[in-house]
Design a protein. Structure first.
Length: 331
């Protein structure tokens, strides 16, 4: 009983020290967070503020840290009891104390380690909710109320701003009469980054551009992605929407930018595409092979799991000509 009382007392002293340190530093509330009565390590920022996105994961990490400190404390107390006692039952109790402390520490750490090993995103918490900011015209999102040049947004459609209309005769618009420059709020590669053939500019069909704006709004703060290929094409494509003609600019390639994303992140990405652009797209999984024949078990398993996760209405394909995983989106 005394050992438990000492552990609790040690914990209170530890937290009290953190609280006094935070109170001495002071905190001024602001729109990006609030000031807790007692700041805790790894939770509050340098200004003493906290928000829900830092509080929840901070509590988890702090709990694991406290569990480790208490486990070490219990092991030390068990060792002292074992060395200073001559009674057999006391030594047995000391062994139980040390063993239980190690088991408790293992349980506290194993859950976090297992989840992090499977996918680091499983131990990340994102409570941000993207949406229209007050005063934003419908369809523009991100709080935009005027075009980049300061003029009102025509008909509430950001894609109609003059800054998004290519200059007459621009090489990138050759063969694409209804193309526009993609608004800057849509993450995308430019000519220098390989977003389209040089000299550009990179353009998309105006209707597709408007839908991509909505997609960017839906994914803001949730998924890291970008449009990776637009018009004019960097090479010959099987899809006519990538090439000059009546369908020019009516499709783009888009990919996640955080590497080999988890299937759950991919499914969130694809569902947002379907809801904001339409069902005419497919997600392509690359594989080294010929004539779209793939024998790589990793790529095949990836395709099968995504198809199972997404269900009907989503097309997951193996593309031996693709250089990376991406969604081919078209009107």
């Amino acid at each position: 009983m005394k050992s438990y009382f000492f552990s609790i007392f040690f914990l209170l002293v530890l937290l009290g020290g953190f609280g006094n340190q935070a109170m001495a530093a002071g905190c001024t509330p602001g729109p990006d967070g609030y000031c807790p009565l007692t700041a805790l390590p790894v939770i509050t920022n340098d200004a003493g503020k906290v928000n829900i996105n830092t509080f929840i994961p901070g509590v988890v990490k702090l709990a694991i840290g406290i569990a480790g400190a208490l486990a070490v404390l219990r092991i030390i107390m068990g060792g002292i009891t074992y060395m200073t006692s001559d009674a057999f039952d006391k030594k047995s109790d000391a062994k139980d104390t040390i063993r239980n402390a190690l088991i408790g520490l293992l349980l506290a750490m194993s859950a976090y380690i297992i989840l992090y090993t499977i996918n680091p995103k499983l131990v990340q918490f994102d409570f941000s909710i993207a949406g229209l900011k007050i005063g934003a015209p419908i369809g523009t999102d991100l709080g935009a109320t005027t075009c980049p040049d300061g003029t009102p947004i025509p008909n509430g459609d950001l894609t109609q701003c003059a800054s998004n209309i290519p200059s007459p005769g621009s090489p990138g618009t050759s063969g694409c009469t209804d193309c526009i420059l993609l608004p800057g709020i849509v993450p995308h590669k430019d000519v220098a980054a390989g977003g389209c053939a040089s000299p550009g500019p990179c353009v998309v069909n105006k209707d597709l551009g408007a839908r991509l704006v909505k997609l960017a709004a839906a994914l803001e703060g949730k998924v890291s992605w970008q449009v990776t290929e637009m018009y004019p094409p960097k090479g010959n494509h099987q899809a006519s929407c990538h090439n000059p003609g009546p369908n020019a600019g009516r499709c783009v390639d888009a990919a996640l930018t955080d590497g080999w994303s988890s299937d759950l992140i991919v499914s969130k990405f694809l569902k947002a595409i379907k809801e904001n652009i339409g069902p005419n797209f497919q997600y392509e999984v690359p594989c080294v092979g010929t004539a779209n024949i793939c024998t790589n078990p990793v790529a095949l398993a990836r395709k099968a799991h995504l198809a199972q996760l997404m269900g009907s209405g989503f097309k997951i394909v193996i593309n031996t000509g693709a250089t990376g995983e991406h969604a081919h989106i078209n009107l």
